[in-house]
Design a protein around this ligand. Sequence first.
Ligand SMILES: [Zn+2]
Length: 227
Amino acid sequence: MTKYESYKKDVLEASLWLSEQGYFGSLRGSGGNVSVRVSETAMAITPSSVKYQDITAADICVVGSDLSVIEGNDKLKPSVEAGMHNIIYQRRPDVHAIVHTHQIYGSVFALINTPIPALLDEVSFSLGPMIEIIPYALSGSPELVNNVESKLANNANAYIMQNHGILALGKNLDKAVLNAELLEKVAHIYYLALSTGKQIFTLPESIIDLVAVIRNQEVKEALVKKA
Ligand SMILES: [Zn+2]
């Protein structure tokens, strides 16, 4: 039993749920990763290339902000996307959990390289006024970390990763998973709406402005709390 035990259990539980719901792109695969902030300088993150059904909470890695392994199973490496998670925790004090998936409808927009505008208020208040595209770079590369970092200033809780998948952020793990779910829902609905060929209406400008104010406020409050 270590001080990270409950974080590790939460990460495994969220990963299993996302896997069972098909968020990792295949029901038996591990196409994605999940992390939670455990301190100012460390996170608990899923290991690389293992089926979540085959591991225990002890196999979840605890990684420092220099990406050194603090705790884990010697035979398992942390996710190759640990650098991407790390930069988000460094740049966004409001974020305490991150879900990266290869979910189907989110991935449709990753292929057509099209952001998702503000369409449904319950979704936009959680995710932000625009779900932007993070330009493509190879998984685990420093270029991908830079590309992710370049988009974080909009304070959104969801992004589409070009030709790859999605990122959902949250102030806790429940919220990050919920945000991945909300992104899948709005991507599915937007896809169906686009397929009608009819005009699509976004939320009114005044609501989009309010969404931006609320997202910026949450980040500002997290910064004040940290200081
Ligand atoms: Zn991925």
